[in-house]
Design a protein. Sequence first.
Length: 148
Amino acid sequence: MNEDNWEGVARTINRRMEFLGINQTLLIERSRVSKAVIRELQYNTVNRHRSPRTLEAISTALELAPTHLDAVLHYRKPPPIPPTRTQPPTPHPAHDQLTLRDITELELDSRKLRHLQHRLELYADNLADLADLLTEAEAHLGITRDTP
């Protein structure tokens, strides 16, 4: 492909900002990239060559690998997303419980907690939908669950 994927860059920036619960002002502060350039990239208004350092600074500010946005721009598979401070710790064994101490160690403000709660509610809804689909598939295939 000859054209660069600026739309993908904009989508990645916006999704990551939403995930991290940060606004444009904070992204500008973290990346030290001008407001005009951030706006152009975030809204995909000007498609022109950018310094690799610009995309690297924004990637790093978004807690992504430094080459992430450059990979998206050039239709390459981006590096894996590293764990962030805003992601809850994953309990190790399935029976472990997430404790209040685990949550307070994340140092989240109320907005980030609301965002995390919203995401968890979406995951719960998706799991419920998947459970319903599995039940329908079992019925369609004539599979019955062995009950104790």
